[in-house]
Design a protein around this ligand. Structure first.
Ligand SMILES: Cc1ncc(COP(=O)(O)O)c(C=O)c1O
Length: 457
């Protein structure tokens, strides 16, 4: 698409602001109980939420129940959920097979702190999908990336780690760096500064995390040359800035460069996971990392994480050199859910079907954008997709920052008032779950079309 004429761009921005203003008033009218619930919660919870990611302006909707592809808020509004627990609910809300497995396990106990047979069942299933032989369980994606990094440091005897700018890998200190840095302090695009994302991160931790741009193999090579880097942790496809795909050959080069410098490659597949395909993004891109971190979609909505890797690295745990602990690790309830997800719900056939269903939505939205000549495009990865408000595909965090946040917010607030549930802005993507029908998937396109009609009127 040709570069947009600036008058047209200004007209769209003005219209987006007008839509936002009106829709904010509508939002306030239809979510009065959410507003009250949020005001009450703010007195006892910072921002009124249990995780700061759940806070957004003007205030988040407060949910009472969820089933299949739907959620109902405390005002009784029903939404088609496209967020699906930040992508955790690939199986859908209350998937009957997951629910049956949990119900059965509830009758048999929820926590043993001694192994259960399903630990090995789930590890075998992950090994088959990811082509990596050894696994350990955690309770979240944060723990999975934290433990994988510890293994990498132990394996190499090195302290430093490398991550990409704009990448999110959980809330432990060493990766809460340059998550979404403000550009005035982020440094040069090709050699970004390491910017702490939170107060409370020590200077020592900060100095051990090196930040590079995504899709830049030369930048990776430059920082690995020192021989001090334990690991490069990266999402094979970035899914916290919409969806940012790797350039052709980038991940293969990353694999070669990390191998050359004795740096371990960690794929953070907490978000891509089994929504990317049966074998995760690892299977889709055809590059095998040394270690992989998982969570979200493997657990059917229960809190679970996992990390797995090549024998020689996971053997460090076997040998007692790396200590990996956790009271709730591999608890039978989460294992029951994961086993149902991995073996009964998200089979190869069902995964392929859902990805094809997502293709229907991607095509429908792409057509709307094309017909209206909008400065936007759609990106698909597996069962996920997103509208990115930029003419050209984004390749890294700096491109993402140049996309149009006003248009994205207007689309979001317009959508939520019409039952399209997603977090605001450009960070997240939609997920079509196993429980979305074609009509559920295409509801997003219908609402998007009405937004575009108004935007271009
Ligand atoms: C790519 C990625 N890694 C790690 C995490 C952390 O996972 P959790 O929230 O389960 O700790 C997230 C969470 O959104 C994520 O998106």
């Amino acid at each position: 698409m040709s570069a947009m004429d600036s008058t047209l761009r200004t007209a769209l921005a003005d219209k987006a602001k007008e839509i936002t203003k009106r829709e904010l008033a509508t939002y306030a009218e239809r979510t009065a109980s959410s507003q009250r619930a949020n005001a009450r919660a703010r007195k006892v919870l910072p921002l009124g939420v249990p995780s700061s990611f759940q806070a957004y302006d003007p205030y988040p909707i407060v949910v009472r129940s969820a089933h299949g592809p739907n959620m109902t808020d405390v005002d009784g509004n029903v939404y088609t959920d496209y967020d699906m627990g930040f992508g955790a609910l690939f199986a859908g809300h209350q998937n009957p097979l997951v629910r049956a497995a949990i119900d059965t396990q509830l009758g048999e106990g929820t926590l043993f702190v001694t192994p259960c047979e399903s630990n090995a069942d789930v590890a075998e299933m992950l090994a088959a999908r990811y082509g990596l032989p050894m696994w350990r369980f955690t309770n979240s994606g944060t723990e999975a990336t934290m433990d994988a990094i510890r293994v990498a440091r132990a394996a190499t005897g090195r302290d430093k780690i490398v991550k990409v700018e704009g990448g999110y890998h959980g809330h432990h200190d060493e990766v809460m760096i340059s998550m979404k840095p403000s550009l005035d302090i982020a440094g040069p695009a090709d050699a970004p500064f390491s910017v702490p994302a939170s107060a409370g991160i020590s200077k020592k931790v900060l100095s051990d995390t090196i930040v590079i741009p995504y899709n830049d193999a030369r930048a990776l090579e430059r920082v690995l040359k020192s021989g001090e880097v334990a690991c490069f942790i990266v999402e094979p496809v970035m899914e916290n800035i919409g969806i940012c795909l790797p350039d052709e050959g980038y991940l293969r080069e990353v694999r070669e460069i990390t191998e050359h410098y004795g740096t371990l490659l960690i794929f953070d597949e907490v978000k891509t996971g089994i929504t990317a395909g049966w074998g995760g993004a690892t299977g889709v891109v055809g590059v095998t990392p040394d270690l992989v971190a998982l969570a979200k979609s493997i657990g059917g909505g229960l809190p679970i994480g996992a990390f797995g890797g090549k024998q020689e690295y996971m053997d460090l745990i076997t040998q007692g050199k790396v200590i990996h602990l956790g009271t709730y690790n591999g608890n039978p309830l989460c294992m029951a859910a994961a086993k149902a997800v991995l073996s009964q719900v998200c089979t190869p056939e069902v995964t392929a079907e859902v990805i094809a269903r997502n293709g229907l939505l991607v095509n429908a939205v792409s057509e709307i954008i094309h017909d209206a000549s909008l400065p936007a495009h759609v990106v698909q990865f597996g069962a996920k997709g997103c509208v990115t408000w930029a003419e050209k595909q984004i390749r890294n965090y700096r491109d993402y920052k140049a996309s149009d946040f006003d248009l994205a917010f207007a689309q979001w607030i317009h959508g939520i008032n019409r039952g399209v549930l997603l977090p605001p802005g450009l960070d997240e993507q939609w997920l079509i779950s196993v429980m979305h029908t074609d009509a559920d998937a295409l509801h997003y396109a219908d609402v998007f079309e009405s937004f575009v009609q108004e935007l271009t009127k």
